[in-house]
Design a protein around this ligand. Structure first.
Ligand code: PGA
Length: 264
């Protein structure tokens, strides 16, 4: 299980074209030579073409923050996985809790988006996590378990194969930790990741050993090491700190010292 960690920046709806260009260029200067880490940035759709021209051939991959649950057709305002794949995307985040809170997305549509991403040969990053109230009631594990089982249960054998082949990533992002000052306690997050890994092992034990299960929710340069040294935390999904090239680079430098499945 000693593969590279994965750090993904979720740029959300920040910046304009020039800002994006400057940010990508600054990141290349800071972390363009790191080689013991997988790095990706999930950008707003309009800037994917720019990521493609600036990041092609570098150690930083890019992706979209969502894809449609449909392949093609009369879906005004939607963008398909095949479209983003044409701009060199490797990743697509799917089912982010903020999207579920702000739009009509639910787990069924997230599972459909996940399938669409796989079909277009992308690596989906499937987000799961409990809400504050669910955690307060002591239901966090049950909620996350049901989210992972709902996804896996919805995939037919062919899609499961594609999921293994495309190395789909899981992101544990407790909703109460996203965009706040609170991050999950490393030990508690690690237990959640371990549980997710065990559920995946029921489908494919080899894949479960390799699957990257990353943590998201207020990861910063200050807490990255404590989180990333946990043996089931294979990386981070970083929001706020991804829009600050210095903070993002520091998190990447920390992760670059570590490997999956190792505690320091
Ligand atoms: P945050 O965002 O790092 O700002 O909490 C994480 C995310 O939304 O993926």
């Amino acid at each position: 299980m000693h593969s590279k960690k994965l750090i993904v920046g979720n740029l959300k709806m920040h910046g304009r074209l020039k800002w994006n260009e400057d940010m990508l260029t600054a990141l290349l200067t800071k972390i363009g030579k790191i080689n013991n880490l997988d790095i990706a940035l999930c950008l707003p759709f309009p800037y994917l073409w720019r990521a493609q021209s600036i990041l092609s051939g570098t150690n930083i991959a890019w992706g979209s923050q969502n894809v449609s649950q449909y392949e093609d057709g009369a879906f005004t305002g939607s963008i398909s996985s095949y479209m983003v794949a044409e701009f060199g995307c490797r990743y697509a985040t799917i089912g982010h809790s903020k999207r579920r809170a702000l739009t009509s997305e639910n787990f069924q549509s997230a599972a459909n988006r996940f399938t669409q991403a796989l079909k277009a040969n992308l690596t989906p990053i499937f987000c799961v996590g409990e809400k504050e109230g669910e955690r307060e009631k002591g239901n966090a594990k049950a909620v996350v378990e049901s989210q992972v089982r709902a996804l896996l249960g919805s995939l037919d054998p062919q899609m499961l194969e594609l999921m293994f082949k495309n190395k789909a990533v899981f992101a544990y992002e407790p909703a109460w930790a996203i965009g706040t000052e609170n991050f999950a306690k490393p030990k508690a997050a690690n237990e959640m990741h371990e549980m997710i890994r065990k559920i995946i092992a029921e489908k494919n034990s080899e894949y479960a050993k390799q699957v990257k299960i990353i943590y998201g929710g207020s990861m910063t340069p200050d807490n990255a090491e404590a989180l990333l040294t946990m043996d089931n935390i294979d990386g981070g999904l970083v929001g706020r700190c991804s829009i600050d090239p210095s903070a993002f680079s520091q998190i990447c430098e920390t992760a670059n010292q570590l490997k999956c499945g190792e505690t320091s």
